[in-house]
Ligand binder design. Sequence first.
Ligand SMILES: Cc1cc2nc3c(=O)[nH]c(=O)nc-3n(C[C@H](O)[C@H](O)[C@H](O)COP(=O)(O)OP(=O)(O)OC[C@H]3O[C@@H](n4cnc5c(N)ncnc54)[C@H](O)[C@@H]3O)c2cc1C
Length: 397
Amino acid sequence: MLDRKLPGLETSYGNAGLIQREAVHTHPFPRQITEMVRVLPNQGTDIRYRIPALLRYHQALLQYWKYSTPASVKKIESEWQTLIAHCTSEHQTMIEASNADELITRDGWLQLHRSEETLKKAVDTAILDREKGVEHRVLSLEELKALEPNANFDGFVGAIHWLNSWQVSNPSALVKAYAKSFEEMQGTIVESNVQEIQPESGEDGAGWKVITNNETYYSDHLVIAAGPWSNELIKPLGYNLPLFPMRGYHQHFKVSDKNTIHHSMFDMDKGFVMGPMQQGIRITTGAEMTTMDAPKNFGQLKTVLKLAKKILPLEDAVESEAWAGSRPCMPDMKPVIGPADKHDKLWFAFGHSHQGFTLGPITGRLVEELIHDKPLTVDVEPFNATRFSKYFDPKSE
Ligand SMILES: Cc1cc2nc3c(=O)[nH]c(=O)nc-3n(C[C@H](O)[C@H](O)[C@H](O)COP(=O)(O)OP(=O)(O)OC[C@H]3O[C@@H](n4cnc5c(N)ncnc54)[C@H](O)[C@@H]3O)c2cc1C
C-alpha cells in the first residue's frame, strides 16, 4: 500500500468520527426554491460555494443537480442503503482484528433541532427508516438536558438520538490501528508519492507499474483509493470521472468539567457537529465547495464557532489554525467501487463523500471479493465507473 502521508492523515484524520448507520439518505443538491433562496447568499453554516470551484466543477454540479430530482434520489438511496447496511458490522470485524475497541462508543449521537417543522419532518422520516435498520429515539428538551447537562439548549426544540450509530474518539487513530493490523497480516505500507501508473505486460500477463518519488513498483492488481485525489492518478489512463471536493474544517477546544459532553451533537438546522474527541471537543463545519488548492477560508468556521459557543463553553482552542480536508464527492452521491472499464486488473474505490469513514470497511471487503472473484456481499453494479460515460466529455476538466 502506497500513501504519500501514511494512512489516516488526510480526510480520514479530520472527519466528525461518526460511523453512520442512520445515514440511509444522501445529500441532494437543493432543488426547492425556498432552499435555493436560503443557500444563494452564500452565508450559510451548512454549505458555501466559491466561484472558482463553481467554474471548475460546473459540469459535475449540473449533473449533481440533475441527479437530485426526488425520483432519482429515491433510486440512488435504495442502492446507497445496500452499503450503509453493512457499515457497523464491517467496522466491527476490523475493530476486533486491530484491538481498537477503546476508540469506539456505541451509544449513538444526537441530532438537535431548532424548529418544530424540521424536527417533525426528521421524526416522520426516522419512523419510516426503522424498516431500513435505523434505530432512534425522539428526545424532548428535558431528556436532552438530562443526557448532556453541560450544554445550553436555548433555541432548540428537541432532538433525535440515533441509537445504533457509533462514535469514534479519534478517527485517525482508528485508521492507523487498521493499518497496523494490515501490517501484522504481512501487508506492507510505504510512505511514497505516486507520480504515475502505467499498464505493464510481462511474462506473467498484464499488470501495473507504479512510479513514485523514490521507487518503481510492479503489481498484478492495482486499486485506486486516493479519496479526492483519485482522478489525478487515473486521468493519464483516459478516465475522467466527475469527482469534486467538498471541504470541511475542524477545530478542537480543551475539555473542562464545564463543557464535557458524552455524545456528538449535530445542529441540524445550522449544519455543524460538536464531538467529544481525544484531542478535545471537535467542532466540525458543513461543506464548502472550493478547489483543492484554494487557501483556507475561515469564514464558515467563524460563524459556526459563534453558534457552538452559545451551546458549550469553548474557551481554549487546542490548535492555532483549524484543520481542513475535502470530502470526495460524485454527482450521483454514490461512490465508485469496482473495475475500471478500460484496463484489466485496475480497481476503483473512492468518492464516498460525506460517509467515507463509515463505508471504508465494506468498500475494502467488496474490492477484495471482486479481485478474488468471490460471491459479492453487495451488488456493485450501481457503483460502477461507467455510469458517467454517457454524460462526461473526457477532454473537459
Ligand atoms: C469535516 C468532515 C467531516 C466528516 N465527517 C464524517 C463522518 O462523521 N463520518 C463519515 O463516515 N465520513 C465523514 N466525512 C467524510 C470522510 O472523512 C471521507 O469520505 C473519507 O475520509 C474519505 O476517505 P478516503 O480514504 O477516500 O480519502 P482520504 O482519507 O483523504 O485518503 C486518501 C489518501 O490518498 C493518499 N494519496 C492521494 N494522492 C496520492 C498519491 N499521488 N500518492 C500516494 N498517496 C496519495 C492521501 O495521502 C490520503 O492518505 C467527513 C469529512 C469531512 C471533511
